[in-house]
Design a protein around this ligand. Structure first.
Ligand SMILES: Cc1ncc(COP(=O)(O)O)c(C=O)c1O
Length: 447
């Protein structure tokens, strides 16, 4: 068998998506690059769609794809879910933009505070990026400290404070693994931001303890994803998380867990699975059922300054009734059985592909918790990843790109770099189809 190359796969992708490319070129005259979100670029360019239904999306180029991307994990119920659509229609009938609170906000707050014991109070935003900004401001106000700490490989949205050390590429000079420097992931991040952010290594409690003990006097919070997403799927180890929880408590540093993606891991989020209580949490994606949303939630006492009007919180569309209505409908669909089904599908994919790759000797692994999984083409079968630096060290970028493009050529749409997110709309046939197609592509890329 001749090996599939990135060039061949890219050529096929370009031929199949010629209309998307033409649309991109046309729109670039108005929207730089043709769309407003950089990560939509999928190899050569984004795939424009006309819509989606259940687990499928329909491209401008006339293909239907099984959606294993799900808008970076946000559309957990799939597309156009009847309960969400009906909730949106019902909310629409009452008007949808007021400088007055509407009942939907209270209903979504009720559901979140009931599910998440650590969410004693909740405040909504229009995105998780804004929730992260709000969380950090609350932390600074309550501790009187200025700096924040985040992890290498951790993504918390687009605020300057967080546009650091997502991918510690060697050319950025990110420093030694156990003492990382803050390196910008975008031009335009001011120098003072880098000075105000302490960067921590993933899954290295000893190093985190050393760094935080030295810096804690001016560190307001540590922000952590229990399973990193955008920076590469890295699961935070349980001992590491419990050690960090103890350490932050001892040092008076607030622990902010970003559950924007990981909330989809279980009925009480990933914090429920890990049995860890954050001081504050950031939420987004899933809790809006596919509409623009974010929330910061946590310990009641930390919101007292906000209630007194001392910590400012606002946004024209915060608590938007349509987003709240979609979120309520989505959470009502997401009962324990729904998580069991989603996680069962994730387990089936992991087991089928990992067992097969080990047996055949293919250097491909797929891992992660629940229904948001990471995969890597690596140096040897069975490789384990404990940090984003491991990804830079062990992963084969050419094969990663070729896999994403070729899966799409064959009708399955993963995220471009090493991730899939499942939806409740997926059928057993679609899961089996993904597994079989992935095996064929892995074999053709590595055989
Ligand atoms: C963990 C995490 N936090 C925050 C964000 C920012 O969310 P938004 O795009 O809604 O601002 C994201 C987005 O992907 C995320 O994955």
């Amino acid at each position: 068998m001749t090996r599939l190359t990135l060039q061949e796969v890219t050529a096929r992708f370009e031929a199949r998506h010629a209309r998307s490319l033409a649309r991109r070129k046309e729109l670039s005259a108005m929207i730089p690059g043709g769309y407003s979100r950089h990560p939509l670029t999928f190899g050569p360019h984004a795939i424009y769609v006309t819509g989606g239904q259940d687990a499928e999306l329909y491209t401008l180029d006339g293909h239907s794809l099984v959606d294993f991307h799900n808008n970076f994990s946000a559309t957990i119920c799939g597309h156009n879910h009847p309960a969400i659509r009906e909730a949106l229609s019902a909310a629409l009938a009452h008007g949808f933009s007021f400088a007055n609170p509407m009942p939907q906000e209270a209903e979504l707050a009720r559901r979140l505070t009931a599910r998440l014991p650590a969410a004693e109070r909740v405040v909504f935003t229009a995105s998780a990026s804004e929730a992260a900004i709000a969380a950090v401001r609350i932390a600074r106000a309550n501790t009187g400290r200025n700096r924040i700490a985040k992890f290498e490989g951790g993504y918390h949205g687009v605020a300057d404070d967080f546009m650091l050390s997502l991918h510690p590429f060697p050319e950025l000079m990110p420093g030694p693994p156990d003492h990382p420097n803050a390196v910008p992931n975008s031009a335009g991040v001011p120098k003072h931001v880098r000075e105000n952010v302490v960067v921590l290594p993933q899954n290295d409690l000893e190093a985190c303890t050393r760094i935080l003990r030295a810096e804690a006097h001016d560190v307001a919070c540590v922000v952590l994803e229990l399973q990193a997403g955008a920076g590469g799927v890295i699961v935070a180890e349980r001992d590491f998380v419990s050690g960090l929880r103890e350490l932050t408590r001892e040092l008076g540093v607030l622990l902010i867990i970003d559950e924007t993606i990981t909330f989809r891991a279980g009925y009480r989020g990933m914090q429920g699975i890990y049995d860890v209580t954050p001081d504050l949490m950031i939420l987004g994606k899933t809790i809006g059922g596919g509409m623009p949303v974010g929330a910061v939630a946590g310990r009641a006492d930390l919101f007292a300054l906000g209630e007194a009007g001392e910590v400012y919180h606002s946004g024209t569309h915060h608590g938007h009734p349509l987003a709240m209505a979609a979120g309520i409908a989505c959470l009502d669909v997401l009962d324990e059985a729904a998580f069991a089904r989603l996680n069962g599908m994730g387990q089936r994919i992991k087991q089928a592909l990992n067992d097969w790759c080990l047996a055949e000797g293919y250097p491909f692994v797929i891992y992660g918790l629940g229904s948001h999984l990471g995969y890597e083409f690596c140096d040897r079968p069975g490789r384990q990843y404990r940090s984003c630096r491991d990804i830079l060290c062990w992963s084969d970028e050419e094969r990663m790109q070729a896999f994403a493009l070729e899966m799409t050529n064959r009708g399955y749409f993963p995220m471009y770099r090493g991730q899939i997110a499942l939806s409740l709309a997926m059928t057993g046939r679609q899961i089996d189809g993904f597994i079989g197609t992935a095996q064929a592509v892995i074999e053709e890329l590595c055989g």
